[in-house]
Design a protein around this ligand. Sequence first.
Ligand SMILES: NC(=O)C1=CN([C@@H]2O[C@H](COP(=O)(O)OP(=O)(O)OC[C@H]3O[C@@H](n4cnc5c(N)ncnc54)[C@H](OP(=O)(O)O)[C@@H]3O)[C@@H](O)[C@H]2O)C=CC1
Ligand SMILES: Cc1cn([C@H]2C[C@H](O)[C@@H](COP(=O)(O)OP(=O)(O)O[C@H]3O[C@@H](C)C(=O)[C@@H](O)[C@H]3O)O2)c(=O)[nH]c1=O
Ligand SMILES: [Mg+2]
Length: 292
Amino acid sequence: MRILVTGRQGQLARALAEASEADGAIQLLFAGRPHVDLEQPGQLAAAIKAAAPDLVINAAAYTEVDRAEDEPKRAMRVNGAAAGEAAEAARAAGAPIIQISTDYVFDGQGSGAWREEARVGPLSVYGRTKLAGEEAVRGVSPDHLIVRTAWVYSSWGRNFVRTMLGAAAQRDTLTVVDDQVGSPTSAVDLAGALLTAGRRALRGEGLGRTYHCAGSGETSWFGFATEIMRTAREAGLPTAAVEPVPSSRWPTKAVRPRNSVLDSRRFAETFGVRLPEWQESVAAVVGRLATA
Ligand SMILES: NC(=O)C1=CN([C@@H]2O[C@H](COP(=O)(O)OP(=O)(O)OC[C@H]3O[C@@H](n4cnc5c(N)ncnc54)[C@H](OP(=O)(O)O)[C@@H]3O)[C@@H](O)[C@H]2O)C=CC1
Ligand SMILES: Cc1cn([C@H]2C[C@H](O)[C@@H](COP(=O)(O)OP(=O)(O)O[C@H]3O[C@@H](C)C(=O)[C@@H](O)[C@H]3O)O2)c(=O)[nH]c1=O
Ligand SMILES: [Mg+2]
């Protein structure tokens, strides 16, 4: 199975490389910068055509949530237009596409976990552009899986776990918002689940639908930070005290949803994979960073 993955150094791209290492039947091909720039129309389509993959996973995205508020055109090109371009080229190659999307398509109102058919209402440029990517893919290729995930972290790249551990090495106290709840997701867990779903999509299963796939359970950013510090302490890494604050005390350019917990049951029922409880995966990633 030849899988073309967009991006190369992204958290998910690297996790896919790791998750497929042991599987000799999977060959990953990466389309990323500098050769393939998603801001340049046509580059991704040409790469997909040349690679003739069995499956495309569109993992690359403009993910800088606050910066996107100042660069809506660039974010829309990368997250919206390039996703449509990927879907067109995948369809022309006869390959299904897995489009990765985000919990930030929701407005965060209400309580309870979001189901796939719930009304979307992005609060940020990032969320609006990712929603545009979903719509572009749905409009172009029936052979798609749209997979929304959330709060992705890993032992590499830019993410909340590494930010908190880095900050703990510098400061005694971290202040973290406790009024935004969601579903922390390990990139390595997600990658394994996507490879399973991809194999089944190639047999025609589950196509043409939207799924949520995130770590099990839920927490606030404060709860997430507290657990990161607890596991860091156990692993012998520097730690800091964590102080809960309301969002009003941590102003950001982009507005984040209050509640973006995802209900991942449909993905589990369709593909037979449920991600571990989020605390378990935090321990795995922090442990890995401690022994690196
Ligand atoms: N991170 C998160 O918390 C969440 C992410 N998601 C979604 O999951 C997917 C994977 O995210 P994640 O791996 O964390 O993202 P990262 O921010 O780690 O990586 C983004 C990737 O996109 C690539 N990229 C960005 N702009 C361009 C461009 N113009 N041309 C080519 N490549 C580009 C980057 O390339 P380069 O290596 O060259 O910089 C990088 O490989 C994305 O679709 C994201 O929207 C969904 C929910 C949560
Ligand atoms: C670093 C830091 C952040 N915060 C707050 C700010 C914000 O409300 C929340 C999370 O901040 P971050 O900027 O790390 O996370 P953010 O960039 O919003 O993460 C999002 O990224 C995109 C790509 C997604 O798709 C989402 O699922 C989500 O993972 O924590 C603190 O309260 N204290 C801190 O020290
Ligand atoms: Mg961020």
